[in-house]
Write a protein that binds this ligand. Structure first.
Ligand code: ZN
Ligand code: MN
Length: 488
């Protein structure tokens, strides 16, 4: 048995749908789930003689994203035609960018499960238009919907710097968080706003010699799960192929594969075309884009703190756990709600718990964000204060959270009073109850003084009696303190 080691090498191509109001080169509205072919015009249908006009907003969103990915932005970029002969793009070419993309040479820092951060290089990001959608469910006919044709797409290409399914997933998730922070895409996987194409191969060392398996590109993955699983599957498949055929195997060319979700495997589609098969050439209908410093700095002004930086800062500045900070910074508005509440005096740890464990849960059920629930920083402050001074118990926080969402005009205190959720921390009031309970239960008091196991049980009993008489509204911590004092 010879000694064999291997390392997985993965690079990723990601297509991100930009959230503009209209398409990339025409005025058609971007709409999802509407009647097929109801958002089309001569330009996106590829009629002869029409002239495309660049969507400036799409270009600015693309530049903003590229800046967030630490790319350099050349001052000159142009458009190219890429041959594409399918019915979902009827003009028979895709407008894309070939040798002079709008950005290149960046990187993205991705948080790994271990708490570590890994830097992944970005080769380039360029703008292009999307194709429409073919469906083959009509028996002998195929149908085409051109509503998506001409939508602005940002294609991002990473260096092959990832080495496991986990890292690939982490990059995809982090990129989703970034485009959502920037507001350039909804990043909705269900709507196909992010599509992934991993390039996978292995570096195998056997008997002191290194071999590379041919690269397989998996096309069009639209979920994090499929992405992660396809990389794991492809790693195992390539390793099997190598060991089956041995080191004398004919390595073959780069191949394109699809992901079969039903059978959880990749399937060979074709041998990959080389770039020249696309016959790129400059689009004569579109003027190149020249970016001056002023325009660039105006776009740069829209950059915000990146989610991973925010997450790290929440750990160092507010002593939150890595996990809590991760949950809290998932959505920018939620992270900002937290920061505003803390700025107004909320205890960070308590505010974090209230937001992530209570309001986030309600928001998830309703399919919206915490801010969209109508929760203000002031409400978070009020809640943390009520918990801190013991006015409400930690167990009633979740009921008050639910009630407050349904009664936005009321203060949390009003809601707590109305629903008998205010906890008594008034020492005088509690002391009176303790006195009553002690007077009424001489046997239990006797047991307390006897010590041992019996004593512990009797203390529990007396505490329970006081809580019962307060109808559950006494602060149990204060009850226990007063009881201990009286019985000592
Ligand atoms: Zn159109
Ligand atoms: Mn592309």
């Amino acid at each position: 048995m010879s000694d064999l080691q291997y390392r997985t090498i993965v690079g990723l191509e990601i297509h991100v749908h930009l959230a503009t109001r209209t398409k990339m080169f025409c005025g058609c509205e971007m709409a999802y789930g509407v009647r097929p072919n109801s958002r089309v015009c001569p330009v996106c249908m590829g009629m002869p003689g029409v002239l495309p006009v660049m969507n400036k907003q799409a270009f600015e969103y693309a530049v903003l994203t590229a800046l967030a990915l630490n790319c350099s932005i050349p001052s000159f970029t142009k458009w190219d035609r890429k041959s594409y002969y399918y019915p979902d793009l009827p003009k028979n070419y895709q407008i894309s960018q070939y040798d002079l993309p709008m950005s290149e040479n960046g990187f993205i820092d991705i948080p790994l499960e271990s708490g570590q951060v890994k830097r992944i290089g970005i080769i380039r990001a360029h703008l292009e238009e999307d194709a429409g959608k073919n469906t083959h469910t009509l028996g002998n006919f195929s149908a085409v919907d051109l509503n998506r044709t001409g939508s602005p797409l940002l294609e991002i290409v990473t260096e092959p710097d990832m080495s496991s399914p986990d890292e690939v997933r982490a990059l995809a998730v982090e990129l989703q968080r970034i485009v959502r922070y920037l507001g350039v895409s909804e990043g909705d996987m269900q709507k196909g706003h992010m599509r992934f194409e991993p390039n996978i191969n292995l570096a195998i060392t056997k008997d002191g010699q290194e071999y590379r398996t041919p690269i397989a590109e998996i096309k069009n993955l639209n979920s994090f799960r499929a992405l992660e699983r396809s990389v794991a599957y492809e790693t195992a498949r390539q390793l099997d192929e190598f060991t089956d055929r041995g080191i004398t195997m004919q390595m073959g060319n780069k191949s394109t594969r699809g992901w079969d979700d039903d059978n959880q495997c990749t399937v060979l589609q074709r041998e990959k075309e080389e770039a020249h098969d696309y016959r790129y050439f400059p689009d004569p209908d579109l003027v190149p884009v020249e970016m001056d410093d002023e325009w660039l700095s105006r776009i740069r002004a829209d950059l915000c703190e990146m989610p991973i930086q925010k997450q790290n800062r929440f750990v160092s500045e507010f002593a939150l756990s890595e996990y809590d900070a991760g949950v809290l910074t998932q959505i920018r508005s939620t992270a900002e709600l937290f920061e505003q509440a803390v700025a107004l005096g909320a205890d960070p740890k308590k505010a974090c718990n209230i937001i992530t464990q209570n309001f986030q849960k309600i928001a998830n059920e309703k399919g919206c964000t915490v801010c969209e629930l109508g929760i203000t920083p002031e409400k978070i402050v009020e809640m943390t204060n009520m918990v801190t001074i013991g006015q409400i118990s930690s167990t009633s926080v979740s009921s008050i959270a639910v009630l407050s969402v349904a009664n936005l005009s009321k203060t949390l205190r009003e809601i707590a009073v109305e629903h008998n959720l205010i906890q008594t921390s008034d020492a005088g009031e509690i002391e009176a109850l303790v006195d009553q309970v002690i007077a009424d239960n001489p046997a239990a008091v006797e047991d307390v003084t006897s010590g041992g196991k019996k004593s512990k049980k009797a203390r529990g009993f007396l505490l329970g009696q006081v809580m019962q008489r307060s109808k559950g509204q006494a602060n149990p911590k204060i009850v226990a303190q007063i009881l201990a004092k009286k019985l000592s």
